[in-house]
Design a protein around this ligand. Structure first.
Ligand code: GLY
Length: 389
């Protein structure tokens, strides 16, 4: 699959998760020669994710600058998927089944009403429904849930199928792969001219794109104004298997006694349950307590899930920035671009990230739409933090 790494390429992408591969695919489509370097391609957050494409139900107070970007990427999804499925000759499990955000009790419903008003004030499509209406939409829900919000435009994709398709499409476009980690940037004069791998080999490149998720800032030679802007937030997901009639038709989200949980039903009867949110550094070990809480809360919302088989427990690290918006675009170091920091929205933001970075690599101008994601926005605080060390 793909060719082996070229010693010189137009673009070197550090990181072969969904973001790195989407960037590589789009850049190669524009006629650029691309190498992607990653010692464990696709094994990080891309693998643990559930694949929710959820600008409405992931909306959080204080994160409205991120919203326009999320909405823009959600709109790109149908054509992104159509083109990718054609280029890869694979399907990616894109399902437009909508999302139900359910309230657990009266207090939760009051909070959900406030959130719904906030969603409407931002022009998002979301509908408040009664408990009875919820049960009509999802007969398997626990009895007594008081109501919820239907976000018909919040969709899902099978993150693992999408990843496999990106890998195939990128290879078809001639993207080369190196199973190595980028350890250091190589800077000649005032610009990046390549990178060193953990094998000691140096790959020359006209531009380097850092897309290594939570690990992106561990590359040597970064300008001090980029540090330290990413923190890892561990997420644990479970993959369950059900047989017979589907237990669930929509993506389901809820907060059971304050503990958030989501259930994402796949077309083949699988259900992905997520996700913990743990600030424990680079520790990827699965934790029994997180598994217990996810299953407890999933079963509280959908009792029949107790009969499901457990296929897998996965962990990944969300790359979170100080304002939870990603880092997409040029940096203060010519030749260095960032496509990272996507926190809870990596799958959703892949299309807009890839389109934007590919445009920049092909000589395009910065897009105003991307201002909220400018990698330089933390420059003053990052430089001050480094100076204070
Ligand atoms: N977007 C879901 C999560 O980060 O858990």
């Amino acid at each position: 699959m793909g060719t082996s790494a070229a010693r010189n390429a137009d673009v070197l992408v550090a990181g072969a998760g969904v973001i790195g591969l989407a960037v590589a695919w789009r850049a190669a489509q524009r006629g650029l020669s691309v190498t992607v370097a990653d010692p464990a391609a696709g094994s990080g957050a891309t693998n643990a994710a559930a694949g929710m494409l959820a600008p409405v139900t992931e909306l959080a107070y204080g994160e409205t600058p991120l919203l326009a970007l999320n909405v823009s990427s959600a709109r790109r999804y149908p054509s992104f998927v159509a083109e990718l499925e054609q280029d890869s000759a694979m399907t990616v499990g894109y399902r437009t089944c909508g999302t139900l955000q359910v309230a657990w009790d009266g207090a939760d419903l009051a909070a959900l009403r406030d959130l719904h008003a906030f969603q409407l004030s931002l022009g998002l499509a979301a509908e408040l429904v009664t408990g009875r209406e919820l049960h009509r939409l999802e007969p398997g829900l626990a009895v007594g849930l008081p109501g919820g919000v239907v976000a018909a435009g919040d969709h899902q994709v099978d993150n693992r199928l999408l990843y496999a398709a990106l890998r195939a499409a990128a290879a078809r476009e001639g993207v080369a792969f190196a199973a190595s980690r980028v350890t250091d940037l190589v800077v000649t004069g005032d610009r990046v001219t390549g990178a060193r791998l953990d094998t000691g080999e140096v790959l020359g490149a006209g531009a380097v794109v850092l897309a290594a998720g939570a690990w992106s800032m561990q590359v040597g030679g970064l300008p001090p104004d980029l540090l330290p802007t990413i923190r890892p937030v561990k997420g644990q997901t479970l993959r369950l298997r059900t047989t017979g009639e589907p237990l669930l038709r929509h993506v389901l989200r809820g907060s059971v006694r304050g503990s958030p949980v989501y259930l994402v039903p796949r077309a083949d009867g699988g259900i992905v349950v997520g996700a913990s949110s743990e600030a424990v550094g680079f520790d990827l070990r699965p934790r029994a307590g997180a598994v217990y809480e996810l299953l407890r809360d999933a079963q509280a919302l959908l009792p029949a899930i107790g009969e499901a088989e457990i296929d897998e427990i996965s962990t990944g690290l969300r790359p979170a920035t100080p304002d939870n918006a990603p880092l997409i675009g040029r940096t203060s170091l010519p030749g260095l671009l960032l496509a990272t920091g996507h926190y809870r929205n990596g799958l959703l933001l892949a299309p807009v990230t890839a389109d934007t970075i590919a445009d920049l690599l092909a000589g395009g101008a910065d897009q105003p739409e991307l201002a909220a994601a400018a990698p330089t926005r933390f420059a003053a605080t990052a430089a001050a933090a480094v100076a204070a060390r």
